[in-house]
Design a protein around this ligand. Structure first.
Ligand code: SF4
Ligand code: SF4
Length: 362
């Protein structure tokens, strides 16, 4: 482990120098062996501002050198070669590191007898699979920060829906919502099914600047989500909001209008995807015709199913907005007609009619 002082000198303020100590190298140990599809890892490769390549190549000024270990992106030959940094971290020989968990955490306690829901490598001594739960138990207390990538790891997600056999849950459910890492951070939750690429990247970069000693801890809300990403609703950033306001609603899936009557949960879902787009501002959900199914939310998916039915609150709110919307739409129609004409002084006749007054000339 290496540390360095920030280059920022703050004289005459006792204690500030200590506050600004930071790491100049850090490992990211990513485990996607939860109840997972690896979709969050794949999604991350689409990030552009910055990209994962920018991060691992050290192209972002002021960040610690990052050693990323992720099975999908690993240049190792796999097996024990790949597992070596994880084993070193368990032994306390690799620090500091950020532990990233992808996928929901199964409940091992409900298994009677031998067996496991999901594992990551085998115990070198016994040859028995080592469960995800064992790895979390070993690594989370030693991690400088713990990050949950995707809705499965944050809140349980699709794998934790009613009727599932694994009894799985999110990382904070498993570690405790009052868990604190070595860096004094709670679990940092970045929900999304999958994560929006730059939502995750921005959060990771913030955590890394904090690790470098040059940023405060990332501001998180009561569900441990980054506030600047999840503080607003889908509806507040949806470019179909004007249709909603004017009371014009789509009745089928090929309409450019507001989708609330075809199943959009946007008004009550915390997510920035329609505002931000998916890749380079392109794509999204309701903004491009796909109902919001609330995939970032702690209640996902059960609270939002069946997805293609109108949300219960949508009926009332759309009914209330309809008469107001009809009047406003009509009034705007008149004004729109008015401003769709050029002023009468724009012509090619012999007389100037713009109202120009030359009286000020000498
Ligand atoms: S499509 Fe959904 S998010 Fe967009 S305005 Fe309509 S209800 Fe709101
Ligand atoms: S807009 Fe809705 S469906 Fe799309 S990513 Fe956000 S929460 Fe998920």
């Amino acid at each position: 482990m290496t540390t360095h002082s920030s280059t920022t000198e703050v004289s005459g303020e006792p204690g500030r120098d200590e506050e600004r100590q930071g790491f100049d190298e850090i490992h990211i140990l990513w485990i996607s062996e939860g109840m997972s599809c690896d979709g969050d890892t794949v999604s991350l490769t689409a990030a552009d501002q910055p990209s994962i390549e920018d991060l691992v190549l050290g192209l972002i000024p002021g960040l610690p050198k990052v050693n990323l270990v992720n099975k999908v992106l690993s240049p190792s030959l796999g097996g024990e070669d790949f597992l070596a940094p994880y084993r070193a971290a368990v032994r306390g020989e690799l620090a500091p590191f950020i532990l990233v968990i992808e996928g929901s955490i199964p409940n091992q306690n409900i298994i009677e007898g031998d067996g496991y829901w999901t594992s990551f490598g085998n115990d070198p001594e016994t040859g028995e699979p080592q469960t995800l739960n064992w790895w979390i138990d070993q690594l989370a207390p030693k991690a400088w920060a713990v990050v949950a990538a995707g809705t499965c790891a944050t809140f349980g997600g699709i794998h934790a829906m009613a009727g599932n056999p694994t009894g799985c849950m999110g990382l904070a459910d498993y570690l405790g919502w009052d868990f604190r890492s070595q860096g004094a951070l709670p679990v940092v939750n970045v929900p999304g099914c999958p994560i929006q690429p730059e939502n995750f990247m921005e959060t990771l970069i913030w955590v890394l600047y904090h690790a470098a000693g040059s940023a405060p801890p990332p501001p998180l809300d009561h569900m441990l989500r980054p506030q600047w990403l999840f503080g607003k609703t889908v509806h507040e950033g949806c470019d179909r909001g004007s249709y909603y306001e004017q009371g014009t609603f789509a009745k089928d899936y090929n309409s450019p209008k507001c989708l609330v009557k075809t199943g959009c949960w946007g008004p009550v879902v915390n997510c920035n995807v329609p505002k931000r787009g998916w890749m380079a501002g392109i794509g999204g959900c309701p903004n491009v015709g796909g109902i919001c199914i609330g995939c970032t939310m702690p209640g996902f998916p059960d609270a939002f199913m069946p997805f293609m039915d109108e949300p219960p609150g949508g009926t009332l709110s759309s009914m209330i907005v309809k008469p107001y919307g009809a009047v406003i739409r009509r009034l705007r129609g008149f004004t729109n007609e008015l401003v769709n004409h050029e002023p009468r002084w724009r012509h090619n006749k012999r007389k100037l009619t713009s109202g120009y007054d030359p009286h000020w000339r000498p």
